[in-house]
Write a protein that binds this ligand. Structure first.
Ligand code: DX5
Ligand code: ZN
Length: 218
């Protein structure tokens, strides 16, 4: 079995107490802090920008996993890198030259990820897979927390697991959307090794964060 990492999505946290929410999931055993950036254009919701990433950076040494649901993404890559992102994940639909955007991310000294929407086929990432540190399979349509897991994406996870294993270098296979104790088992069986979870963690009292993270990982 893979070494499973858990990435709480702060989108579902209490924004009025964001600093303490981050500290709470950090000490509860989160591996990554998943930060959902939305622009009201690529997705129908607006969330946070580089200033927020910079403000929360001193609160945790965990990997800052920044999921950019913005188009274009290129003009903002440097700002997010400078704000303290460790991973920048972009969607292939966000610009005309995915390979170039990924080169820019790597040149900024940051790990590079590509996210596939439910309707986006594996082929969209295949050519650049060896250049990546992370592939994200969206198991909901991006834009909101608390949506229902889309089962058809399990096959995409399986296909990507095989392709990553063939490449033979460590590439995170991340899953994002509708992850709870039930769906976590399915995505892990399909080969995912980084599980993003927003509602499943932050809808509970902070005293329960550690046990939920442990259950999602198990
Ligand atoms: C959706 C975001 C997710 C979201 C997941 O667009 O990319 O990271 O926060 O939330 P849950 O876990 O509630 O589905
Ligand atoms: Zn996300």
């Amino acid at each position: 079995m893979q070494n499973i990492k858990i990435a709480p999505s702060i989108l579902a946290s209490n924004f009025a107490d964001l600093g303490n929410e981050i500290k709470a999931v950090d000490s509860a055993g989160a591996d990554y802090i998943h930060i959902d950036v939305m622009d009201g254009h690529f997705v129908p919701n607006i969330t946070m920008g580089p200033a927020i990433v910079k403000a929360i950076r001193p609160l945790s040494k965990k990997v800052f996993d920044v999921h950019l649901m913005i188009a274009p993404a290129d003009p903002y890559l440097q700002a997010f890198a400078e704000a303290g992102a460790d991973i920048l994940t972009i969607h292939p639909e966000a610009g005309p030259h995915l390979h170039r955007s990924l080169q820019v991310i790597k040149d900024l000294g940051v790990k590079a990820g590509v996210a596939l929407n439910p309707a986006t086929p594996v082929e969209m990432v295949e050519e650049v897979l060896p250049n990546l540190d992370l592939v994200l399979v969206m198991t909901v349509n991006p834009g909101f927390g608390g949506q229902k897991f889309i089962e058809s994406q399990l096959e995409k996870i399986r296909v990507l697991r095989e392709k990553i294993d063939k490449i033979g270098k460590p590439i995170d296979l991340q899953v994002d959307g509708g992850i709870n104790e039930q769906t976590a088992q399915k995505v892990k069986q399909a080969g995912a090794d980084v599980l993003v979870a927003g509602t499943a963690i932050f809808s509970k009292d902070s005293s329960q964060y550690a046990s939920i993270i442990k259950d999602l990982r198990a």
